[in-house]
Design a protein around this ligand. Structure first.
Ligand SMILES: Nc1nc2c(ncn2[C@@H]2O[C@H](COP(=O)(O)OP(=O)(O)O)[C@@H](O)[C@H]2O)c(=O)[nH]1
Ligand SMILES: [Mg+2]
Length: 480
């Protein structure tokens, strides 16, 4: 910690997940994580930068090469204990047998704290004991991290009892599954490894939390924008007497659906970027409802048409009861773009004079023929589906560890039961805020729009913070 910035070297045996731990802790997906041991030859520093300032650094190291002989040398050392590491480095600088051990111990000699990573799903071996003893003899503040690469838990207790002899703190931390809350917990734990480090690490934790709040604030803005744009979206097209009504209807419906899908996708992409997922384009969990299109039948059955929600929406939306029920009926009979068909199909009928879900109307005459407008969608359920999908996406992105390089074929059973959307559980207060926003967005009263948006923003920030500290998985479609 030479310049007041806490610095930790991530050390251990090759291929135990050191780089994955660095990647997850530093939220950096450029860290090289590979299935082949021995690929990291030099140390690489990954700083965490918040508001343009470095707050903590994690140093990825190659892993021990010759721990038993290193231990033997260190045990035989009779000089000043304060110089033990510099003496070791001097003696072995040119010896290829100790190349990685030197690289690994250099940052520690320079003042870095130690995070020792082991794969806790395998048994403890003698060589591990040698590594732990070397680290203990450095006298530096040190934490052991158990990163289980497999689900095997039989060896964890043995690991812990060995760790108690050698380390100031122990933490189970899975580099592939760690959530935001677990990253903060790990930092809280680091605080106790040495009194002198406490205040600096306290500042790091505050900076992490403030930064998180800021990202939540920006996410809430993006979600409000998404709702505002989608709820007021309409397209206008000219048509002449020669255009067949059926083909025009189908074309416009498709165009409308894909435009809104793109608006949604863009908003999701921006949220993803806020959480620093830049490189790897992982697929969503295989059972996530987000794998479905916004207007697919499954999406609306899953997020839009639960009986509870129908009743709740009916209660809140007053006159919209009929609309919601129409959607239910239409949603089950239409084929492609089921739900859009449900939302707009009836509106198309408005051309013939009916007036129900959405406006699809003749808005003017020009030389070539008439103009027709499709949208906006007139159903508050649409707002809830957009909200649910954005929140499910957010929950997925924030809990998607940066160290992860693939998805396991199976969902992990230890994370508790999964929930569909979030909004159907919302209380009256939250629903009223949504209702007010929905109504304001469609009106022309600007001060009302501003205050409705402010209320939704604040409410969303609350919801996002709740999701950040929760273990619940959302949006997982039940397996058949
Ligand atoms: N399943 C699973 N695999 C992991 C985990 N951590 C690391 N790995 C995998 O183990 C291999 C070695 O990881 P890496 O971080 O490069 O190890 P290092 O040599 O200690 O830096 C890579 O293929 C990782 O994807 C984990 O928590 N779970
Ligand atoms: Mg590595």
């Amino acid at each position: 910690m030479s310049d007041g910035i806490p610095e930790f070297a991530i050390v251990g045996h090759p291929n135990e997940g050191k780089s994955a731990v660095v990647s997850t802790l530093a939220e950096d997906d450029t860290v090289r994580v590979t299935p082949y041991p021995g690929e990291t030859l030099v140390c690489q520093t990954f700083p965490v930068v918040i508001d343009g300032k470095e707050v903590i650094r994690f140093i990825d190291t190659p892993g021990f090469q010759n721990p038993k002989r290193t231990l033997k040398w260190i045990k035989g050392y009779r000089g000043d204990p304060a110089h033990i590491l510099s003496a070791y480095l001097e003696t072995h600088a040119k010896d290829p047998d100790f190349r990685d051990d030197c690289r690994l111990l250099e940052p520690i000699a320079g003042g870095a704290g130690i995070i020792y990573v082991v794969d806790g799903s395998r048994p403890v071996r003698n060589v591990d004991l040698a590594e732990m003893e070397v680290l203990r003899l450095t006298g530096r503040p040190r934490m052991a991290v158990i990163n289980c690469k497999e689900d095997e838990t039989a060896y964890i207790e043995t690991w812990k009892s060995e760790f108690r002899k050698h380390f100031n703190a122990i933490r189970v931390f899975n580099a592939n599954q760690a959530t935001y809350a677990e990253r903060i917990e790990l930092l809280e734990n680091l605080k106790v490894i040495d009194q002198d480090w406490g205040p600096a690490l306290e500042r790091v934790i505050s900076a992490f939390k403030e930064d998180w709040q800021q990202r939540n604030g920006m996410s809430a803005q993006l979600i409000c924008d998404l709702l505002e744009t989608s709820l007021s979206y309409s397209i206008t097209r000219s048509f002449t007497e020669t255009t067949s009504e059926k083909s025009l209807k189908e074309r416009l419906q498709k165009e409308y659906a894909s435009a809104i899908e793109q608006i949604e996708e863009k908003a999701h992409r921006k949220i993803r970027k806020l959480f620093k997922h830049n490189i790897f384009n992982y697929s969503l969990p295989i059972h996530s409802v987000l794998n479905e299109n916004l207007f697919s039948r499954k999406t609306w059955q899953f997020l839009g048409l639960t009986p509870v929600q129908l009743i709740a929406a009916a209660g809140m939306a007053g006159g919209a009861v009929g609309a919601v029920l129409d959607l239910a009926a239409a949603g089950l009979t239409f084929g492609i773009f089921t739900s859009l068909g449900g939302l707009l199909g009836a509106g198309w009928a408005a051309l013939g004079g009916g007036k129900r879900l959405a406006r699809m109307k003749v808005v003017g005459l020009n030389l070539g023929g008439e103009q027709i407008q499709i949208g906006p969608i007139e159903n508050i359920q649409f707002a809830y589906v957009l909200l649910d999908r954005a929140l499910i996406f957010y929950a997925h992105v924030i809990n998607w560890a940066h160290g992860r390089r693939d998805y396991p074929a199976q969902e992990h059973p230890d994370k508790g039961p999964a929930k569909a959307g979030l909004t159907f559980e919302w209380d009256d207060r939250k629903r009223k805020i949504c209702q007010a926003f929905y109504t304001a967005t469609r009106g022309r009263d600007d001060p009302r729009k501003t205050s409705a948006r402010k209320a939704l923003m604040e409410m969303l920030q609350e919801v996002l913070l709740d999701i950040s500290s929760s273990e619940t998985r959302y949006g997982v479609v039940a397996q058949k």
